[in-house]
Design a protein around this ligand. Structure first.
Ligand code: SF4
Length: 295
């Protein structure tokens, strides 16, 4: 078996995938809300070590899905990733899908030709944290990125025929920035050519991140006031009602942080999703108990 470098994370949809650590940590590792890789120094693993891990798992001949960890395997050189993808294809003859996390910075750094090459060699799905479409808020959380640049990166991945799975964090702007957060996020989603999958998380902070997170708001003379479950469900309602995508989006709120699991296709299921949200807002016994949640 593989000795993974802990902690190890993967998206909920990759629960049944083989996980191969191509990098350790996150090449950015500065977002003020994120503690996922705070104890890891970013590094690209040696190709020989990655191949060894693949060899150890290659007896799973039926493998159809592989997820490349850690935080943003897409930060690697394209030629390096292609070596990994080729080795995966050789080792798992039934392989259908390879995916990885990709940050906004990664997608901007890769050219369209790079992304096309990666797609041709099997990388077909990129998980991407939008977090918010509000530029000010992205600066507050220390993930400064212009929304139009995110749209540019995401559309480039779509042009390369990759699928995209994006996440948005409810409650990220607190009560004070809630309206801007949701309105600008819906705008960003609507301007993308095609986001295939979209999910929402509810903000949660570990003890190690709280001070830095609050201080960054205070520096901009903004007080951060936590949103309640009810506030976040209202944000969810507003977001869903404002999303009018150019192509259908599979929508989920299945992350462990969510108070209310939801699934549907947008815009087709918009009314049903809003009905479920309205019911939950009237009857909080429908919400997942807090002790069963984690960020
Ligand atoms: S949110 Fe993503 S980009 Fe930001 S530090 Fe965490 S893993 Fe890295």
């Amino acid at each position: 078996m593989i000795n993974y470098h802990q902690p190890l994370f993967r998206p909920p949809a990759e629960a049944n995938s083989i996980i191969i650590q191509v990098t350790l940590g996150c090449s950015f590792n500065k977002c003020s809300f994120c503690s996922m890789y705070e104890i890891k120094k970013f590094q690209v693993r040696e190709l020989a070590d990655i191949f060894l891990d693949i060899d150890k798992l290659s007896y799973y001949e039926e493998t159809r899905r592989v997820f490349l960890a850690d935080g943003d395997a897409l930060a690697c050189e394209t030629s390096f990733l292609i070596e990994v993808l080729k080795y995966l294809k050789k080792s798992f003859p039934k392989l259908q899908r390879v995916s990885s996390y990709g940050s906004p910075y990664n997608l901007l750094e890769k050219s369209l030709d790079d992304l096309k090459l990666l797609r041709e060699n099997g990388l077909s799905l990129v998980y991407y944290g939008i977090e918010s479409g509000n530029h000010e808020l992205l600066k507050y959380i220390n993930k400064p990125m212009k929304p139009e640049k995110m749209i540019e990166g995401l559309n480039k991945a779509t042009s390369a025929n990759m699928k995209i799975s994006c996440t948005i964090i409810l409650g990220l702007g607190g009560k004070n920035l809630s309206i801007q957060h949701i309105e600008d996020t819906a705008k960003l989603v609507n301007e993308c050519v095609h986001i295939n999958y979209l999910s929402t998380l509810q903000l949660g902070l570990t003890d190690t991140k709280e001070d830095d997170f609050f201080k960054r708001f205070e520096k901009k003379n903004k007080e951060f006031v936590f949103c309640s479950d009810e506030d976040m469900l209202e944000e969810q309602k507003k977001l869903i009602s404002l999303i009018n995508p150019k192509k259908s989006i599979i929508f989920r709120s299945n992350h462990a942080s969510n108070s209310l699991p939801l699934k549907g296709t947008l815009p087709k299921d918009k009314d049903n999703l809003l009905d479920v949200l309205n019911m939950a807002l009237e009857d909080e016994s429908l919400l997942r108990p807090k002790f069963l949640r984690s960020f």
